[in-house]
Design a protein around this ligand. Sequence first.
Ligand code: ZN
Length: 376
Amino acid sequence: MTARSIGMRVLPRACRDAARGVRDSSMVVRLLSAVPARGCAILRYHSINDDRGWVGDYLRASIVVTPASFEEHVRYLRRHFEIVPIGRIIELLANGQTPDHRWVALTFDDGYEDNYRVALPILRKHGATAAFYITTACVSDETILWGVRLRHAIRNTERTSLACPSLGHHPVDLSTEESRDRATHWITGLVKSRRKTEADELLDEVFDECGVPVGRISHRIMMSWDEIREMRDAGMTIGAHTVNHYNLTCLDDSDVTAEVKVSKEAIEAALGERVDHFAYPNGRTDKHCDARVAGIVAKAGFKSAVTSINGPAGSRFSPYGVPRVGVATRRTGIARFAADLQYTRLKKVVSSSIAEIGASGHGAGRAGRRGSTECR
Ligand SMILES: [Zn+2]
């Protein structure tokens, strides 16, 4: 899919400029497909980094954008969109309104330290703002984010296969870099599909088997509270992303409530102000939000919850089921391919998770209706 094949003649000037001037085709195609001449998009980033060893050992490449690409994105957005705080989009959507031109909000999930060290200076340089959703147990690496620790342990273990009860009876091949990536992807999916205690048990078994101590993690992964406060002081929005980054749809009501409320309270205590916005974790391989979870988020006092479901934001969505546009990685062939897939996905019927949360209501009335969800 190229800008030409979308139909250059019918594209507005902003789109033609974008197709010519911005080399990150992934970004362009997604934005072209996501936002009409009047409308909103919420972009979803994770890490902005080009440090050696960061991609692969700690994070999968698909959630890391280089600083140079990110700055190109911000420049492009400044030219063709109004970059607004997430709260303005939520307020607009809650009132059933549409902006009179293109609005975009930038959001970052998890709370990586490069958000402060790399993304913040770029945002400030261009007078832009963004929202940062923090996984509170992982601030300053007090707990290593489980997905990062899992990737690091599997990449660095001396074992060439892995066997433990939670993974079933067949050993998992770790003999090549590719098989380690496959194993990481597979085990990540398993963790996301299990209840809290079972997920913890599985992770503990895998970490024990891998035998890679946390102390071998050589980077600081997450921002500190001081850095988060400085982000807030620079005009950034700080939101919550749970305490431990479990898949909330697999947790029972009391665990969801704890993950949601405690993360809100921790940030409020650190910042001395109200936290209104939430992002559901773990959108990639499993259903990560539903009406039950949305109800608990609403009841905890949040004004909004963004998802990892791809699509433009519009007033037909509940403020507790807001789609975003995931920003993929570099300017490679595979990124373009991913963008084409993204474009196709955006044209599909909206995700059942979002439909379940509801267009006008926020699912609060449904909170607690089910004691737990079956994830397997
Ligand atoms: Zn996350």
